[in-house]
Design a binder for this molecule. Structure first.
Ligand SMILES: Nc1nc2c(ncn2[C@@H]2O[C@H](COP(=O)(O)OP(=O)(O)OP(=O)(O)O)[C@@H](O)[C@H]2O)c(=O)[nH]1
Ligand SMILES: [Mg+2]
Length: 729
């Protein structure tokens, strides 16, 4: 059983080669439902950590802030070996965080795996984040199994009868199935969870016992026995007779696919290249003799070895010394070391065949999401996360001598975490770090100060707005400084549903015009417009509605650059634009290319688009959160009062026994400090979570003040900008 020592390493190396005996899985769930405790027990069961410590040590929460705060911040890769029906299997597992601020980690982990153990707390049941992580798994074509955890609480805290317990457990399975059915109708028949076929197990990660149909048959311990032993406080015996790892790992091996089965179905979803090409076939067949195709899903720093790039190898064989193309750069990197995980440690190996999760050293130019390959290939689809970095802090090095170090640290952090966006405020020279929420930014600034030792001054968190328009305007003429070129633009709102689809599906310009047109039509754009799209950025589009204008096609790159400049820094307060449809309707160009260079075209385009936006009834959009709160009935008053003070809109309220659950939508800007306020308003009895809920228009009454607030922060003139600031009337 033990996987420690030399023999264990040998076993892992052997199994790495037997693709049928590999399972790559993620543990996913709502916050606090017990993922890390479960992972501990699986590691202990496999002999990687001592079983006395399992459940207390929280092995994969090895970062000190994780231990201090009792939450997972970074996903962690571990591997273990398990024997099932006389055969050994290699299980590569990723423990993911549950807090919404770290949801990007979950998304990335799901790219690396083929199956997921969805953990649900038996008492809390299916929660909002359960749905979010399941949606993400379905999107990646990752098959789920279910572990219902904390059954001990159901028995000992809720003190319900055996019958009611079984009924409630059945209810949770039904709910998860409903989600699978609505999120992935085409797979529902195959993926439907069912306690009687063993794709669901039940137990207590903390007290280290679990049962499934399989273990029931072998041990004779079923719900009745579990119920009685829990009541008698005899969970030690349960843990001995039916330890968690047996039920859960058996379930994983029996019901989740090996890479060989999984890649056939996953590749068409995560890669848009030609399935009949050699590399397409190699990946679908998990062919170790094919070219190398690898996606980076995790980057961490090892104090001895430096940067460790972890990810999934879909085809080929990785060996020390190979040179790999790094997508998005024109560079090749040489792999200096190849490793696999053994428990939480990396073990260097000679080579790793397709189907495994591998750790590489030497790939300096990769960022999370990069495709590494031995031939130039279409990169994997970008790893899309449903949420966006909407909260920002400004940081400044306390000591200007430390500025280069600060820049270096920020570069490193944004390489590891694509949900972090770092920008320089040119006016003030500060660095603006945007992240998913308060906690995310707190961890980042903590890392800069305490782990990297760069003292910084950090501003309180602020919200980033988006600039958009509510009306049509134009055509507006933009003249080049030499007056030889003129561009005419119209601006109007891009239909809301189109904006949302473009963003949710990550639609970008691509070489294949037909494929792009189809995506835009599916998103609800008209044919007339879809065929004229020349650029797309963050839910804004540029359309070329002109016909037969001489020299325009040679100038289009510059027009696009001008357009992008405005979309990245809108005319109201240099916030990003969103949902703006810009149409180029006419142009007059100088015949001589020298007179229509960048210095002429870009300002003409920028000025015309900026002025048109200001004429089209512009407004700020603000980021929103959906809030879910569950509280005892008698505290409802305190909670609704707090919510009202935050411009929240209550969207649903349901009583369940002594508890009420409230759903509401509120601006991110009003939610700072909510955690401590709700704690004191409810004596710590509220269970709550939030989720990103897109953008809404800022109320008109706040518009002027907010624009001024942002302009002040950015050191801009404290006046509402006018079209005449950009074009002469
Ligand atoms: N009673 C009981 N408590 C449990 C059980 N499993 C986990 N817990 C407790 O639940 C809390 C959260 O456990 P974690 O394992 O950290 O949960 P997690 O899902 O990894 O949390 P995040 O990674 O932060 O989302 C801890 O206090 C655990 O001791 C269980 O089976 N029974
Ligand atoms: Mg955890």
């Amino acid at each position: 059983m033990a996987t420690r020592g030399k023999k264990a390493v040998e076993r892992v190396k052997q199994l790495m080669d037997r693709t049928n005996q590999i399972r790559n899985i993620g543990i996913i769930a709502h916050i606090d439902h017990g993922k890390t405790t479960l992972t501990d027990n699986l590691l202990a069961g496999a002999g990687v950590i001592s079983s006395e410590l399992a459940g207390q040590q929280l092995f994969t929460d090895s970062y000190y802030l994780e231990q201090q705060r009792g939450i997972t911040i970074f996903s962690a890769n571990v591997s273990m070996v398990h024997e099932y029906e006389g055969k050994y299997y290699l299980i590569n597992l990723i423990d993911t965080p549950g807090h919404v601020d770290f949801g990007g980690d979950v998304t990335r982990a799901l790219r690396a795996v083929d199956g997921a153990v969805v953990v649900v707390d038996a008492v809390e049941g299916v929660m909002p984040q359960t749905e979010t992580v399941l949606r993400q798994a379905m999107r990646e074509n990752v098959k789920p199994v279910l572990f219902i955890n904390k059954v001990d609480r159901m028995i000992n805290e809720l003190r319900i009868s055996l019958e009611e317990m079984q009924e409630r457990l059945g209810g949770i399975i039904d709910e998860v199935n409903k989600l699978i059915k609505s999120l992935k109708p085409d797979k529902y028949d195959k993926w439907r969870l069912n306690a009687s076929d063993g794709s669901v197990s039940f137990g207590s990660a903390l007290y280290n016992w679990a049962i499934s149909i399989g273990t029931m048959k072998r041990t004779g311990i079923g719900f009745r026995e579990v119920y009685e032993m829990c009541r008698q406080g005899n969970m030690k015996e349960l843990a001995k007779k039916c330890p968690t790892y047996v039920a859960v790992l058996d379930m994983v091996i029996k019901h989740l696919p090996s890479p060989l089965e999984a890649q056939k179905e996953r590749i068409p979803v995560i890669w848009r290249g030609d399935m009949d090409s050699d590399i397409g076939k190699a990946m679908q067949n998990c062919d170790r003799n094919g070219e190398i195709a690898f996606i980076v899903t995790h980057i961490s720093v090892d104090p001895h070895a430096g940067e460790v790039v972890t990810g999934r190898l879909f085809s080929g064989t990785l060996r020390k010394g190979v040179e790999l193309f790094v997508s998005g750069t024109y560079k090749k990197n040489r792999v200096q070391q190849v490793g696999v995980y053994m428990g939480p440690e990396r073990v260097e190996v000679e080579e790793i065949p397709a189907g495994n999760i591998a750790a590489l050293i030497g790939v300096k130019d990769a960022v999370v999401g990069t495709t590494l390959s031995s031939i130039e290939m279409t990169p994997f689809e970008s790893i899309k996360h449903y949420s966006e970095p909407v909260v920002t802090v400004a940081v400044e090095a306390k000591n200007t001598k430390e500025l280069p170090r600060l820049i270096e640290v920020l570069r490193k952090i944004s390489k590891e975490d694509p949900m972090v966006r770092v920008e320089i405020n040119e006016e003030t020279g500060e660095h603006l770090i945007s992240g998913m929420g308060e906690l995310h930014l707190e961890i980042i600034t903590h890392r800069i100060e305490h782990d990297e030792g760069v003292p910084i001054i950090t501003s309180p968190p602020i919200v980033v707005y988006r600039e958009t328009v509510r009306a049509k305007a134009g055509p507006v003429e933009g003249k080049s400084p030499n007056r030889h070129n003129r561009f005419y633009f119209e601006v109007e709102p891009l239909e809301q549903s189109v904006v949302e689809k473009i963003i949710a599906e990550g639609i970008q310009m691509e070489k294949d015009k037909k494929a792009l047109r189809k995506k835009l039509l599916d998103a609800g754009m008209s044919m007339e417009e879809a065929k004229n799209v020349v650029d797309i950025i963050e839910g804004n589009v540029l359309l070329d509605m002109t016909k037969g204008i001489q020299y325009l096609s040679e100038t289009m790159e510059l027009v696009i650059e001008g357009f992008r400049n405005v979309m990245e820094k809108g005319p109201l307060a240099r916030e990003r634009c969103r949902g703006v449809k810009v149409k180029l309707v006419d142009a007059k160009l100088h015949e001589d290319a020298i007179h229509r260079g960048p210095a002429q075209v870009i300002p003409a385009v920028k000025n015309a688009i900026s002025a048109a936006i200001l004429m089209a009834d512009p407004i700020f959009l603000e980021p929103m959160l959906e809030i879910f709160i569950s509280i005892p009935q008698n505290m409802l008053g305190n909670v609704t009062k707090d919510l009202q003070g935050r411009r929240a809109r209550i969207t649903d309220m349901k009583a369940e026994g002594e508890f009420v659950t409230v759903k509401a939508i509120a601006p991110v800007a009003e939610m700072f400090g909510f955690a401590s306020d709700i704690r004191s308003a409810t004596e710590g009895r509220a269970i709550w979570s939030t989720e990103f809920a897109g953008y809404e228009q800022l109320p008109q009454s706040m518009f002027h003040d907010k624009v001024m607030e942002v302009r002040r922060r950015k050191g801009l003139k404290l006046e509402m900008p006018q079209p005449s600031d950009f074009i002469s009337p």
